[in-house]
Design a protein around this ligand. Structure first.
Ligand code: NAP
Length: 171
């Protein structure tokens, strides 16, 4: 699998259930990379999306241990949208996706899901911001884990935040 994430200079990713900052350029990048693919997200992350629905144009596998009846709307569809599918465990994910290490789908957060699925990822698309923000959720610090920076874009600045699109690879 591949992780996709935006981090601040301390590898922070979120606060109070939301993202640290709104960067249209990064949202566009996320859309371009994930469109047409399958993504895995934790329940908290999906519930932080607009209207609490999975993003259009992509299949989202939502990890949650909640009982099925809490996740089903009155018309029998999934409360997170008809492009969402519930997974009760990592084993459940493997049943749907096959060998997680060998597939090309995206791990899209949040912190608990990144941590559990990073062992199955060989590549991470990391938007790295130069600034730091107050935060309560973090992504693993990839250079400290020995991951290598394979490429990085020129810096972009939006809303006073400077960031680069980086690709990290497991050595
Ligand atoms: N910067 C970024 O790129 C980025 C991307 C995504 C998210 N985020 C941020 O990350 C934060 C959310 O992260 P988080 O760690 O609090 O929550 P999360 O990972 O989004 O979701 C946690 C929930 O996922 C479910 N879950 C996790 N592992 C599971 C497993 N093995 N089996 C079944 N269910 C499982 C559980 O749901 P139940 O409680 O329903 O059982 C758990 O409470 C937010 O602030 C969000 O904005 C940032």
């Amino acid at each position: 699998m591949k992780a996709i994430v935006i981090v601040d200079k301390n590898w922070a990713i979120g606060r109070d259930g939301g993202l640290l900052v709104h960067l249209p350029g990064d949202l566009k990048y996320f859309k371009e990379k994930t469109m047409g693919h399958t993504m895995v997200m934790g329940r908290t992350t999906v519930e932080g999306l607009p209207k609490k629905k999975a993003l259009p144009g992509r299949t989202t596998l939502v990890l949650t241990r909640k009982p099925q009846k809490e996740l089903t709307a009155e018309d029998g569809t999934c409360i997170y949208g008809d492009n969402a599918r519930i997974c009760a465990s990592v084993e459940d994910l493997e049943r749907i996706l096959g060998n997680l290490r060998e597939n090309d789908d995206f791990v899209a957060g949040g912190a608990s899901v990144y941590e559990q699925l990073l062992p199955y990822c060989d590549e991470a698309l990391v938007t790295v911001m130069e600034q730091e923000f107050p935060a309560d959720r973090y992504f693993p610090n990839l250079p400290e884990l020995g991951w290598e920076l394979a490429s990085e874009s020129e810096p972009l600045t939006e809303n006073g935040v400077t960031y680069r699109f980086c690709v990290y690879r497991r050595p």
